[in-house]
Design a binder for this molecule. Structure first.
Ligand SMILES: Cc1cc2nc3c(=O)[nH]c(=O)nc-3n(C[C@H](O)[C@H](O)[C@H](O)COP(=O)(O)OP(=O)(O)OC[C@H]3O[C@@H](n4cnc5c(N)ncnc54)[C@H](O)[C@@H]3O)c2cc1C
Length: 482
């Protein structure tokens, strides 16, 4: 069986790595338009590198008066645990030489002002009843919060009432390094070909049911054939779905949201002082991916502080691609969906358009409000982030990720981007179950699955505290993040 994957980001490369571990005889061809793996949204500063496990992101626990929903937070936490199981396996197998090349322990904190203190306390009380969040701490004490996240408190008047939660053991993940490590391993495997500089222009099925993939490879026209086609092309998945003639193509349209961060290099000394990711509360009308946060990041052996994201309305499929390509990817049947979203989500549109024109001075002002004194302490530059293309499904805007598998199980694609890279191994495992169920049925694959994932059932992790704690501690030890 010949499998073609479009896109060498974290998703496509994770899928290929997992599939190949389960069946080493698979033939896989990966086609990537850029010059290497993990260079688009998975690239280090195109995303925030938060190992999303719902420790600190308020948008995963919506509060409605007296009610707080923690189901989504439980799911994401369990998914991230499954992701760590996969990365621990890769490390134990020597596929990843040093986990510190991509994953770093860091505190995950939430910081709120006076009018959200009751909500944060309520959230803390509800969440700590579950074993996933049993280590969460809560404080309203200025000095204690300052000891957790100094940069956000140092120059803040003591009279300003604040509250914070902290989970000591969260992570910062460099998804680009992780993707590079997996791609390097794949490139050495028999039966795997990775073609960089290869732009997939069109995909269609021939009369005998094989997919024909038309590409330009360094300017030359080249055709590939596949029995199974997985399009893991980020925002680039939308135009290929439109060209696929699959019935699903009319149900989905893309709503692009760009982003920018403020980024500052800092010394090792400063990095020791602030080892945290601190999430605040989104502004009214802002989309969930615009929750402000101040993160310590590690890349290329150096340390950085990252603040943002500042959302922008940028009608392109991916960073570096043009407006014309986005427009050409649309079909007449998309127009009512886009208009519906524009009308139904008018405050969001207004917010995105106004944020697009925000300059550096205003961005620094926002930083100053989040962490007083920090704007002038470091040398901040604007760093353009990746591009999310949110899903519009049947006319409704969605914030999550959607796996689409054709009825004949020959075409699969992934749309949307949240919570994204953090949960990629769990999402790819579910995709394999739907897209290539026969691959998982063999005794060899079942044995391997148990070796890779001590427990991948999210509900079992959620309900069996003892098992969860054992797996958590084992994988953290393998990943050297305890
Ligand atoms: C601002 C921002 C912040 C984020 N923060 C976080 C975070 O803190 N934590 C987290 O877990 N996630 C975060 N994410 C989400 C995360 O970046 C994505 O979920 C993840 O990178 C998606 O991986 P991917 O492989 O699907 O896409 P990509 O990494 O974009 O890979 C897709 C690949 O497909 C290629 N491609 C596209 N079209 C074609 C074509 N026609 N032919 C050939 N190749 C093609 C592209 O060049 C690209 O390399 C963030 C995203 C953004 C935008």
């Amino acid at each position: 069986m010949n499998i073609v994957i479009v896109g060498a980001g974290i998703m496509g490369i994770t899928f290929a790595t997992l599939a190949k571990e389960l069946n080493p005889s698979l033939k896989i061809t990966i086609l990537e338009r850029l010059s290497g793996p993990g260079k688009s949204n998975s690239s280090v500063f195109n995303n925030a590198g938060t190992g999303h496990e719902a420790n600190c992101e308020l948008n995963y626990t919506p509060v409605d008066e007296e009610l707080i929903e923690i189901e989504k937070a439980l799911d994401i936490h369990a998914q991230f645990n499954v992701a760590k199981q996969f990365w621990a396996y890769l490390t134990n197998e020597g596929i990843i030489k040093d986990p510190a090349s991509f994953i770093h322990p860091t505190k995950h904190c939430t910081l709120v002002h006076e009018n959200s203190i009751d909500m944060l306390k309520f959230r803390f009380e509800e969440m700590t009843q579950h074993h996933f969040f049993e280590t969460m701490q809560y404080s309203e004490d200025h000095d204690e919060i300052k000891s957790w996240i100094p940069y956000t408190m140092e120059n803040r008047p003591r009279s300003e009432k604040m509250a914070a939660t902290k989970i000591q053991l969260g992570t910062d993940v460099n998804f680009e390094e992780l993707t590079i490590a997996m791609a390097a391993h794949l490139a050495k495997q028999e039966g795997v070909e990775i073609h960089y500089g290869t732009h997939v222009k069109r995909v269609h099925k021939n009369p005998i049911g094989r997919w024909l993939i038309e590409t330009t490879e360094f300017g030359e026209k080249v055709q590939h054939k596949a029995d199974k086609l997985f399009v893991a092309a980020g925002g680039g998945a939308f135009p290929l779905l439109k060209l696929s003639h699959l019935p699903e193509r009319t149900r989905f349209a893309g709503f692009p949201v760009g982003g920018r961060f403020l980024l500052a290099p800092i010394s090792e000394e400063d990095a020791k002082k602030y080892s945290a990711k601190t999430y605040g509360k989104a502004k009214v009308g802002a989309p969930p991916m615009s929750v402000p946060h101040l993160d310590l990041r590690a890349a290329n052996g150096k340390h950085y502080l990252l603040f943002g994201p500042f959302a922008t309305f940028k009608p392109v499929l991916e960073k570096g691609r043009g407006f014309v390509e986005y427009v050409r990817s649309m079909r007449l049947h998309d127009i009512p969906s886009l208009l519906n979203v524009a009308l139904e989500h008018f405050p969001l549109m207004k917010y995105l358009i106004s944020e697009t024109f925000v300059g550096k001075a205003k961005m620094l002002e926002d930083l100053e409000a989040f962490a007083p004194g920090l704007a002038s302490k470091f040398n901040w530059e604007i760093s353009p982030a990746g591009q999310r293309v949110q899903i519009i499904k049947d006319g409704d805007l969605q914030m999550g990720t959607e796996i689409i598998v054709s009825d004949d199980q020959s075409y699969a694609t992934l749309l949307g981007a949240s919570p994204g890279a953090s949960v990629s191994p769990e999402v790819m495992l579910r995709l394999l179950e739907q897209f290539m169920p026969s691959l998982l049925e063999t005794d060899e694959a079942q044995t391997k699955l148990k070796e890779i994932f001590p427990e991948s059932n999210l509900k079992i992790l959620e309900n069996d505290a003892k098992l969860y704690r054992k797996i958590r501690d084992d994988v953290n030890t393998s990943l050297k993040i305890c």
